[in-house]
Design a protein around this ligand. Structure first.
Ligand code: ZN
Length: 607
């Protein structure tokens, strides 16, 4: 922080859930020293961590300004900005903002709770980016909100713990980095290396909070043991929404917003790590690792963020992919899941990448760069055209780690520590080829060919060969059925391949994805077609696995669909199912040196 903070009068915000039933916040901003030529006010177009233009200004329903008791005119400059008329006293802007987006990137308000990200509700007065911010978080009119509590990582100025009142942030960038949840909360608290951590769960939950806190603490310890406590990390808060279904998260510097299915959380009757709970632990691990990797160490183009327009970088695979590698790795390293469970997760990630032919067309660097218009705006052709910088990024991180470990005394851990020191602790940000340069420096290895092929190329990754050096076998098989996520062997007799995905859409079975070069595409089937019959018998999303299993590859069948309201009849020739489902297994005959490398990699001690 600069020393100017004490000299700059703070921006004063007030947010009030004015009309929960109408989903309206009233947000007030007072600028003590507005620009002499007329203060410009802007709403962000996007929120850091979610790389899509969302134009939060569109939710501003009414806005007006006043100074010294008199109205001040506001002129709209473009989709996100206003200019107030010049005033010589402090300027106050009052906006009503509609909030009915339940996602971790939005703002929500109803009679059961209030949640907001600062990007959705707080105007940014241009030219005041260094000014400290105060926020008065006000209670809704009773009877709504009588038993609500406030959970946020923002520093309290004049507020009880978990209470309404005055909070503060060093500047606007920090102000919008503290999501706020207000509602009926179940709160658990724990310490990690003396730093207070908490989790606030919204909604009706009967969870085993002691177990959740214990498990979360182990994950946090694990990540801290890798990269150390960042300067200024004096608190951390997990905000968790647990509706009937859902999954997602968004990272912040002192907190994260998470969504998981209620039933994936453990109750006091549960002892196992279920698949659902493993997913929750992976999500927690992912967002916590981000507090280093993307929240403090960022692509150089994000220092600072320009929230008015797209900010392109080829590095999202480093910040999301490497984070996706370490999220599950931390679960096995901390002993929360066994090695077999970890290998199942890696097998599922490999499967996700192999099943889309987009991996042969889009490089990881391009996937990162075009995230704004491709990954975040996926259409029916996505799996044919793009590759996920999360999933493939995690696999490149895995391959890179194994490659370094097999060829040197170093690992990706050493590379990340050096990157953190150089680009994170300095606040400089990572240049576009920064990770590659640090890899070469730290390990002394020539990794140019690897990076060219895996980051800028679209060939297959050398995972089978690399995993073998760590006592892990890589197997491929056809998918067992349409629910098969891979990761484990299957004894199901796989039917032939249609090359299309059928989904239930309000009672209709709709072709949602049609694989490039597959049987359905050759038969002229298009996304959106409604399945009617295969070989004279009804074909539905529910029965397609069973129906297909009764045929053999090479069979030519009549396929009938509706396109719009017109019936189309076509011939489809079924093919052998592709072997794009992966599972990994421990090699029971692995040599001692492979087992030693495996134990060092997974931190499992002696095997
Ligand atoms: Zn992430």
């Amino acid at each position: 922080r600069t020393g100017s903070r004490a000299m700059t009068a703070p921006l004063r915000y007030r947010i009030w859930p004015k009309d929960p039933a109408a989903h309206l916040y009233e947000v007030t901003l007072t600028v003590p020293e507005p620009a002499a030529s007329g203060q410009v006010l802007a709403m962000p177009a996007w929120i850091p961590g979610s790389y899509m233009i969302r134009d939060y200004a569109k939710h501003v329903v009414t806005i007006r300004a006043e100074s010294d008791g008199l109205d001040v005119p506001l002129t709209k400059l473009d989709k996100s900005r206003w200019r107030a008329g010049p005033v010589d006293r402090e300027l106050t802007v009052i906006a009503e903002i509609y909030a009915h987006d339940p996602s971790v990137r939005g703002a929500h308000l109803d009679t059961t709770h209030a949640y907001f990200n600062g990007t959705c509700v707080f105007l940014r007065p241009e030219g005041h980016d260094d000014a400290p911010c105060e926020v008065d978080i006000a209670a809704p009119d009773e009877p709504v909100g009588k038993d609500w509590r406030v959970a946020t990582s923002m520093r309290r100025m004049q507020a009880e713990r978990y209470g309404y009142g005055l909070y503060e942030a060093d500047d606007y960038a920090e102000l919008i980095d503290h999501p706020v949840e207000i509602g009926q909360l179940t709160i658990g608290e724990f310490d990690v290396q003396g730093i207070p951590h908490a989790i606030a769960i919204r909604g009706r939950t009967r969870v085993d909070m002691a177990r959740i806190c214990h498990d979360l603490a182990r994950i946090c310890e694990q990540h801290i043991s890798l990269l150390g406590v960042p300067d200024g990390l004096d608190r951390y808060l997990f905000l968790l929404d647990a509706p009937v279904a859902g999954y997602g998260g968004l990272e912040h510097r002192w907190s994260s917003s998470l969504v998981c299915a209620r039933d994936s959380l453990p109750t006091r009757q549960d002892a196992e790590v279920t698949e659902g709970y493993r997913t929750v632990l992976g999500l927690v691990s992912h967002e916590y690792f981000h507090l280093w990797n993307v929240k403090r160490m960022k692509p150089a183009v994000f220092t600072p963020y320009d929230l008015s327009a797209e900010s392109h970088t080829g590095l999202l695979w480093v910040f999301e992919g490497i984070t996706s590698y370490y999220d599950d790795l931390a679960l096995v390293r901390s002993g929360l899941i066994p090695v077999e469970s970890y290998l199942e997760l890696v097998g599922q990630t490999i499967t996700r990448v192999l099943r889309g032919s987009g991996r042969t067309k889009q490089s990881l660097e391009d996937s990162s760069f075009d995230a704004w218009t491709k990954f975040y705006k996926q259409d029916a052709n996505a799996s044919n055209a793009i590759v996920s910088y999360y999933a493939k990024g995690a696999l490149v991180a895995l391959a890179l780690d194994l490659k370094i470990r097999a060829a040197s005394d170093y690992s990706l851990d050493d590379v990340m520590r050096e990157c953190w020191k150089r680009f994170g602790q300095t606040g400089e940000g990572m240049p576009e080829r920064g990770l590659e340069a640090v890899c070469a420096e730290v390990t002394g290895l020539d990794l140019n060919d690897f990076f060219d092929a895996s980051i800028r190329g679209t060939g297959e990754l050398p995972l089978p060969r690399l995993l073998a050096k760590f006592g892990v076998e890589h197997h491929l098989r056809p998918a067992g059925d349409s629910k098969d996520k891979g990761g484990k062997p299957s004894d199901k007799d796989t039917g032939p391949w249609l090359g299309a995905t059928l989904s239930d859409n309000a009672g209709k079975s709709v072709f949602t994805v049609v694989a490039n070069g597959g049987p359905a595409e050759r038969a002229g089937i298009a996304p959106g077609d409604v399945a009617v019959a295969l070989d004279g018998v009804a074909l539905t999303a529910a029965n397609s696995d069973r129906r297909l299993r009764t045929y053999r590859h090479g069979d030519r069948l009549e396929l009938v669909v509706f396109r719009g309201d017109e019936l189309l009849t076509t011939k489809v020739r079924l093919e052998r199912a592709p072997e794009t489902t992966c599972f990994l297994q421990l090699d029971k005959e692995a040599e001692a040196d492979a087992l030693a490398r495996q134990a060092a990699w997974l931190e499992t001690g002696s095997i």
